[in-house]
Unconditional design. Sequence first.
Length: 247
Amino acid sequence: MKKLNSLSIFLPAYNEAANISEAIYQAIGVAEKISEKYEVLVINDGSQDATKFIAERVAKKEHHVRVITQRNVGYGGALKRGFEESQYEWIFFTDSDLQFDMNELQKYVKYTTQNQMILGYRKTRAEGLKRKLLANALKVWNLLLLNFPKDIKDIDCAFKLIHSQVVKTISPLHSDGAMISTELLLKATKQGFSYKQVGVKHFIRRAGNPTGSSIKVIFKAIKDTFSLRKMIRTEKKQYRYLPTFKS
């Protein structure tokens, strides 16, 4: 099986004490199978439980693991920090809540020769009706206000493998909240980076509390949409375009 030359996996985490240890070991397990060299980063976004302590305890045993702790700035802020801290050619991120099977990352590797982004989409969403309605509303919202690509199936699916060149080209990212995936994909597709969409399984959260559908998060996402719209229209930065790609 083809292997990646190097891989950074980062796990944004907020109050995931019940899940973080297993998430780290799942990441290590799949990284060993698909990459020659790897690192696993835990982005502890100001957790108030034992997430930091547990992650650091694992890191003392596993030399591939690093724990980065910051004040709580939100999901987007955790993703931005993860991209900043990642050192290797390919960057993969997924949430620490164990709602995805990290072994499915193995399916992505064969697509990396022709694509700079491999984007997961949930074949069946495990959450309730409210989250499904919010996801559909996000697609319509982004299409109308941001001219977001129609063909992207699952904007905020936290199971993405991205070449580091994409991140370098579209930086800086600005959103600290739920609109981070929209900003990332919108900028990357406008710069012509190619992508492959791959269906993945999605599971019910076994422990911990989700925050993605809270009123505070939704309100911030609405606010961030208008900020992103203004930024896309006025930004003068010249990006480096990546016309061809080989791995």
